[in-house]
Design a protein around this ligand. Structure first.
Ligand code: SF4
Ligand code: SF4
Length: 441
């Protein structure tokens, strides 16, 4: 740390994933690739926790949705023994890569969870067929946990054909436990949708779910806290996702400045200055934050945000959705450690300042104010995939396929959604930036 003391803001930005994109090194669709080999001295998992009623001793850092076989192997070598994937991740490639990486390893020492998005009115036969294909892609004789993937509402939590499939697979020795994931509202569509806490509280009461995957981080806490309490009471194992809401606040500032400089049309420039003003002011707080806390390494906040998730007594582990060995290192550094008072202060200061650029996962409170029914939260989630997770192509495809109004409408709108955000997110400007990211305009 001392070696990097006095790091310049520009260097700080360059060391963040969007910083790399903002610098033009990687763009939409390119993604970042892992180095060939893990660096020497890679940290190892230092703590294992009981995964609720399953009794499995799971690593506190879990492996989530990665499709680079070498990265997966490095994590397994470091002691990670909980694997989370899904039928849809990289269109099945994640499951295939996980399957390749676990070949030759002691299967019983690993806990493999995969997920299926269950469609309304889907038949038992269809769900069973898809679950068996997951097994094939994983090259596994059995799955430890099959999750219903972000069910739209409480009725889908109890969807009988899914539970019948789980029962059948368990009786055949192909499945051990049933689970559920939720990040809440999936975007405005035709079906009835319930928020994450309602969905997961229903699951906790249902009694058939042994493991949950949910959103909880140092900025977005309230909705999950009730669920975590219920999970603890019911002995449900809890894995966290989206624990790092830090995003790329500084490079957003650069993106906005660059965008304004480029604009030649005076009318459009005026509009942009208006809708980006609030987001720019919030991003300015990033400079203040770095100065006040002498933040010299972008990984510092990231490690602290992982520690924050692990500090909740109901939490079993935190998903590391990583693509590079550097990312793995940062997650593993948090294993077996606790949040210091200074880190807690930094996280609180970040949340109150530049953290306001974070649109809460599974929220959507402001959406009812939009005259065009733009699915604000879903668009910002896709933008999160694009910016923070490097899943540019995937994010753009999801955005293109969105069966709803898109954020191109935001440019000429007065921004009623922004006034309705209880968290002060400067969402009007952020939506226009998201639209530019996701549609390559
Ligand atoms: S802008 Fe605010 S109210 Fe709207 S979805 Fe994001 S966090 Fe929720
Ligand atoms: S800026 Fe306007 S069009 Fe865009 S989401 Fe908000 S209210 Fe809807």
């Amino acid at each position: 740390m001392s070696k990097k003391k006095g790091i310049k803001r520009r260097d700080f930005i360059r060391n963040t994933s969007l910083g790399v994109m903002a610098a033009g090194i990687a763009g939409p669709g390119t993604g970042l690739t892992a180095a060939e080999e893990p660096p020497p001295g890679m940290p190892e998992v230092k703590a294992f926790r009981t995964l609720g009623q399953t009794g499995f001793k799971a690593s506190d850092i879990a492996l989530g949705g990665v499709d680079n076989v070498e990265v997966i192997k490095a994590m397994l070598d470091a002691g990670v023994n909980y694997i989370d994937t899904a039928e849809t991740y990289s269109r099945g490639k994640s499951e295939i890569s996980m399957g390749q990486a676990i070949k030759g390893r002691d299967r019983k020492s690993l806990f493999i969870t995969t997920k299926l998005h269950i469609k309304e009115n889907e038949t038992k036969e269809s769900i069973l067929d898809r679950a068996k294909k997951c097994l094939e892609r994983l090259g596994a004789d059995y799955i430890d946990c099959l999750m219903t993937h972000n069910p739209a509402n409480t009725e889908m939590v109890k969807y009988e054909p899914f539970h019948q499939v789980c029962k059948q697979l368990k009786s055949e020795g192909k499945l051990r436990f049933t689970g559920i994931s939720s990040h809440g509202i999936r975007g405005r569509g035709s079906d009835k949708q319930d928020p994450m806490d309602k969905v997961l509280l229903t699951a906790a009461q249902d009694g058939r779910f042994a493991v949950m995957l949910l959103v909880y981080n140092f900025i977005q806490k309230e909705a999950a806290e009730k669920v975590l309490q219920a999970a603890k009471e019911k002995k449900i194992g809890v894995t966290l996702m989206k624990t790092n809401p830090v995003g790329n606040y500084l490079s957003r500032k650069d993106q906005m400045e660059a965008r304004l400089k480029q604009e030649k049309d005076p009318e459009r420039l005026k509009r942009m200055q208006d809708y980006l003003k609030s987001a720019q002011e919030t991003a300015e707080k990033g400079d203040w934050f770095i100065k006040k806390y002498g933040l010299t390494d972008p990984a510092e906040i990231r490690v602290a945000s992982t520690r924050f998730g692990l500090s909740h007594p109901a939490v079993t582990n935190v998903l590391a959705r990583t693509r590079t060995f550097e990312d793995i290192e940062q997650f593993l550094k948090a294993s077996g450690t606790t949040l210091s008072n200074m880190e807690a202060k930094k996280l609180a200061a970040f949340a109150a300042g530049p953290g306001k650029l974070y649109c809460r996962h599974a929220c959507g409170v402001c959406e009812s104010a939009c005259p065009h029914n733009v699915p604000v939260n879903t668009i910002m989630r896709y933008n999160h995939y694009f910016e923070a997770q490097g899943l540019e192509k995937y994010a753009m495809e999801k955005y293109a396929a969105l069966p709803a109004a898109k954020a191109n409408l935001c440019e000429t709108c007065s921004g009623a959604c922004q006034d309705n955000c209880p968290f002060g997110v400067p969402i009007h400007g952020l939506l226009t930036l998201a639209h530019e990211n996701l549609s390559l305009v």
